[in-house]
Design a protein around this ligand. Sequence first.
Ligand code: GAR
Length: 195
Amino acid sequence: MTRLRLAILISGRGSNMEALLRAARDPAYPAEPVLVLSNRPDAAGLQFAEAAGVAALAIDHKTYGKDREAFEFHVDSTLRGAGVEVIALAGFMRVLTPWFVKRWEGRMINIHPSLLPKYKGLDTHQRALDAGDTEAGCTVHWVSAGVDEGEIIAQARVPILPGDTAETLAARTLPAEHKLYPEALAKACAVIAAR
Ligand code: GAR
């Protein structure tokens, strides 16, 4: 089986990245992590990736000021230089331009902490609580030009319990993300490989 060359893009803690790296330790997993890239040099996840033996680097978006495309051009050329075939966004908190999305169309997926199409964007858990929802969850989807709007690959649900805060709900959702993301990435790899 050919494993697709995987890049994981992060901005911070990187716990979903860790879940993907763990899954990919299995030689039968359909993706092989070749690069972890952060837009923030202080992202904790970079150290974990390095310790796990995966190339890890930061491209600091602040260096580019408001020039999103120049930042993305550097990211794109780095990914292509590493021979990347599939991208998993894992807590990558930069909105990508249509140019970058188009370049990686059908090869880039994202995890989002809500049951899309509900609660695109930020503060998903607080918004679910404010709406009086009885369940929350997470979604893995293909990345398309609209933020958090691409076709859904997989979802996982968690209950909302009395007394929940955004923090307790996030803490309940995160383990569901860690289980869902490796499964959904494997599905995405199967789709890519079948093209
Ligand atoms: C995760 O909950 C992920 O779903 C969310 O950020 C967190 C990153 O945690 N992503 C988004 O909100 C994207 N819009 P992690 O760095 O520990 O994986």
